[in-house]
Design a protein around this ligand. Structure first.
Ligand code: AKB
Length: 319
């Protein structure tokens, strides 16, 4: 078993649940302390230590780091793009304060590594939208995107100024059957599978030809752990890496579902999230991640659709 003691902040969110379970398999259940402001997620129950903790509470976080002799932190607590637009100042406070505290604690306690997720939301309407490069025009228009871009710059700053080993990925929309998404613009691509199985229909809040970069959660979790385990000299970007797997529109995901559920019906009623999606990339150039530390995706739209429908059917006891 690897000799690290890991603290997860925000373990009950969409990424947190699956990342905690995967890290517990690699590092041992007792070596991964899961925390969140909410009650423990049912899937984490009985799999290892759990503490109710607000990621904004620096003193309590510091105490836990010392008590548990923590060596690595994964900071996943955040408000996402759609929720963030409803209360921009709160989104800024949560997203930035938690990151700056963790970076400071990382320096103070000489932590081995820190992981903090960024997002395709760092890009904006002036960014080239097809095959968006690793380095390009970056003018985010959502508070979530602004906080992610500022956060990337802070990560790079702490790495250069204090030698802190902080690593990050710009996640596309993440699709999972185990844990629920939490207030993003790409959430439609998860909801659609649930509704297809429950009701045989779905009304998309994005228009039919809105292409966005997406990824199956298994790929995202494996990629995150591979990034964190890569030798430090392979990590050339101390901001965040573009990573990509697939790109599709609501019309295309509907067609992939229709292949399994021929009567599935899709309607469209775009809302405020359409404008957010219209400012984001359609597809991502992730050659830097592939070249520097060997990133590779495994799931495309059809393979992911098979998995999502199979697992959700079992979960919903429809199989
Ligand atoms: C969102 O839609 O806000 C997130 C993201 C792309 O970071 N899923």
């Amino acid at each position: 078993m690897k000799n690290e003691k890991i603290l997860i902040l925000g373990a009950c969110g969409q990424i947190g649940v699956e990342l905690t379970l995967a890290l517990r398999q690699t590092y041992g259940n007792d070596n991964v302390i899961a925390t969140d402001i909410r009650e423990e997620h049912p899937l984490l129950h009985g799999t290892g230590p759990y503490v109710v903790l607000n990621a904004m509470d620096a003193a309590a976080t510091h105490e836990l780091i010392k008590k548990e002799a923590i060596t690595q932190i994964y900071l996943l607590a955040a408000l996402l793009s759609a929720t963030g637009e409803k209360d921009p100042k709160r989104a800024w406070d949560i997203n930035m304060q938690s990151l700056l505290q963790v970076l400071d604690l990382g320096v103070q306690e000489k932590l081995h590594k820190i992981y903090w997720p960024s997002s395709i939301a760092v890009f904006g309407p002036t960014t080239p939208r097809d095959n968006t490069p690793q380095q390009t025009i970056v003018e985010p228009r959502t508070v979530y995107g602004i906080s992610k871009y500022a956060g990337e710059l802070w990560c790079q700053y702490y790495n250069q100024r204090w030698g802190l080993d902080v690593r990050s990925l710009r996640y596309p929309g993440l699709i999972s059957w185990k844990s629920e998404p939490g207030g993003g613009t790409t959430d439609y691509a998860v909801e659609i599978y649930h509704e297809a199985l429950k009701n045989g229909s779905y009304t998309s809040f994005l228009s039919e030809n809105t292409y966005l970069p997406m990824m199956y959660m298994d790929d995202a979790i494996r990629g995150t752990i591979e990034l964190m385990e890569a030798p430090a000299d392979k990590i050339k970007s101390r901001m965040a890496y573009n990573i990509s797997a697939m790109s599709f529109s609501p019309k295309e995901i509907a067609a992939a579902i229709k292949y399994h559920i021929p009567d599935f019906r899709m309607d469209y009623a775009p809302d405020f999230r359409q404008q957010i999606a219209d400012g984001w990339p359609k597809s991502i150039d992730d050659r830097a991640a592939r070249g520097d530390w060997g990133w590779q995706h495994e799931f495309d739209l059809n393979r992911m659709t098979n998995e999502m429908l199979k697992h959700l059917k079992e979960k919903m006891q429809l199989a």
